[in-house]
Design a protein around this ligand. Structure first.
Ligand code: NGO
Length: 541
């Protein structure tokens, strides 16, 4: 088991803020322009970033961090200060530099994080990064943009900057300007915490890994046949009993509301929005086992620890079903700062079509009643999607034309689409027949296959404007540790992030695989256990 790099809490790093000494960074010996003390390879090409930035203009000399480098933020911005503290926490252990975060703007140079740009072209999540001999400036209109710019800065530094012990450096940022903003607003990852339960710390670790690639949505699959993972006060047995096991019969677990809020806060600090999912009306054995009255025959089935699907259904005609849905959605909506609530709707094979349609109508109305926007798996498009609903496509390249057309027609009618094609970006699919983890029902998904498609043109007849973005689900039938998560997500996840972020004009497997290869040492420095795909020209060890 590898040692994982986790970040110190931000508050702790804020305490160092006052420690700044004032000096002009450009004048410090060892700064850029000083005598070359290492091989030129220490400076990375400016564009060697995943996801590929929209515009990269190399120019001039690099900036070199020194022991005197300060992270400068605007004095009235708590958000910029928080992001500065995050950056400092990433850089301090490996550089060994103090890197005080300061709003003292008498000095010049260093790393400047500037919010409040009026440049509309940067959008809600874009940034500009300018680097030269005197310093690095990241400018953005929004905190999210500034945070994404910080991720780019991380990747422009040598991979060893990610280590949690002091490294040699030098710490150079190539000179030039990157101007960047995302292609899609939805760049998601889904984690199934139902088939196997993952602790708050395991989820936080994944959040940190997602943030490095500018993923901005974390979809948590909080309930399924094998486990109910979120405390619901009005139906307490859902979590205490329904959450008490998992695939294979282990002890399972659930999040208390306080723990769930901790996940939300951590995700927010990394500019990810959490989208909770309660899967209904199928995939509900854990709920049916917890409350006999939810079953049409009034008899609770046993808990389930296998990996079958399609055998459970809420009892659509019973009134109590809607008390349950109302209570669960109300409590979950109250917990959720984000806009979306996912109600599942996949594989309702034990629900008649008429019941399915009736159920989805009522469930969608409950979500609207509590002020949230519905997301559902794309079977939702076979019912009447609510106004503003979002459908998540999880079919295959080879899914029948009729089913694709049903989804495309909904998109033409105003339903937005999240694309999660299973034979492209299901992270639980095996890479090859020899992959020790994962499933293969959608086929094998090597790294190139996961990257080499265009979300804008994927679904015939769906208007490009209806594509909200992409999302990579990681189902956990076979995945039960952080190492497992990493092995299945890396290196496919950065490719999905690039599909979501980078302009279509940058799409090129041959160029991408070289940039991805450069991430290998960074995965290693971070302790990320990844699949060394033979399709990627990883640097020699
Ligand atoms: C399907 C199924 C899930 C499985 C997953 C495994 C969807 C949306 N429903 O995807 O229950 O866990 O495949 O790959």
């Amino acid at each position: 088991m590898r040692q994982h790099r986790t970040f110190p809490r931000l508050l702790g790093s804020l305490l160092l803020v006052a420690a700044a000494g004032i000096s002009s960074v450009g004048a410090v010996p060892g700064g850029a322009g000083a005598a070359p003390d290492t091989a030129p390879a220490a400076v990375r090409p400016l564009g060697e970033v995943v996801p590929a930035p929209a515009s990269v203009k190399p120019s001039g000399a690099p900036y070199a961090l020194t022991p005197a480098t300060r992270i400068r933020v605007d004095d009235d911005s708590r958000e910029a200060r928080r992001i500065g503290a995050y950056l400092a926490a990433v850089l301090r252990p490996s550089t060994g530099y103090a890197l005080p975060v300061t709003d003292d703007d008498h000095g010049r140079g260093g790393i400047r994080l500037a919010l409040g740009s009026r440049d509309r072209s940067l959008g809600d999540e874009g940034y500009r990064l300018e680097s030269g001999i005197g310093g690095v400036t990241i400018t953005a209109r929004t905190p999210a943009g500034l945070f994404h710019g910080v991720q780019t800065l991380r990747q422009l530094l040598p991979a060893t900057v990610e280590k949690d012990t002091r490294q040699a450096g030098p710490w150079r940022v190539p000179g030039g300007t990157i101007t960047d903003s995302p292609r899609f607003g939805h760049r998601g990852a889904m984690l199934d915490v139902s088939r196997h339960f993952f602790t708050v710390d395991q989820v936080k670790l994944y959040i940190d890994q997602l943030a490095l690639y500018k993923i901005n949505k974390l979809h948590l699959h909080l309930s399924d046949d094998q486990g109910w993972r979120i405390a619901i006060d009005s139906w307490p047995r859902l979590a205490t009993y329904g959450g008490s096991t998992q695939v294979g019969g282990g002890p399972g677990g659930h999040y208390t509301k306080a723990q769930y809020k901790e996940i939300l806060a951590y995700a927010a600090s990394r500019h990810l929005e959490v989208i909770p999912e309660i899967d209904m009306p199928g995939h509900t054995n854990a709920a049916l086992a917890s409350y006999a009255e939810l079953n049409c025959d009034g008899i609770a089935p046993p808990l389930y620890t296998g990996t079958g699907v399609g055998f459970s259904s809420l009892c659509v005609p019973k009134a109590v079903t809607y008390d349950f849905v109302d209570d669960v959605v109300r409590e979950l909506a109250a917990l959720t700062p984000g806009r979306y609530l996912h109600i599942g709707g996949d594989e309702a094979h034990s629900t008649s079509h008429a019941d399915y349609v009736a159920f989805m109508d009522r469930a969608q109305a409950v979500v609207a009643k509590y002020g949230k926007t519905v997301v559902g798996w794309h079977q939702l498009t076979g019912t009447t999607p609510a106004k503003g609903a979002v459908a998540q496509y999880w079919g295959l390249d080879g899914t029948g034309a009729a089913e694709k057309e049903q989804v495309a027609a909904a998109a033409r009618n105003g339903t937005r689409l999240i694309l999660s094609p299973a034979d492209r970006i299901y992270l639980d699919m095996k890479y090859t027949k020899d992959t020790p983890l994962g499933l293969a029902w959608a086929g094998y998904v090597e790294v190139q296959r996961a990257y080499d498609w265009d979300p804008g043109a994927y679904l015939p007849g769906a208007p490009p404007s209806a594509i909200a973005g992409v999302e990579a689900p990681l189902w956990s039938e076979t995945v039960s540790t952080s190492d497992h998560i990493e092995y299945m997500a890396f290196p496919r996840l950065p490719g999905v992030a690039e599909l979501g972020w980078s302009p279509a004009s940058t799409h090129d497997w041959d160029a991408y695989k070289v940039r991805l290869a450069a991430q290998g040492p960074r995965f290693e420095a971070l302790g990320i256990d990844y699949y060394r795909s033979p399709q990627v020209p990883w640097p020699a060890e």
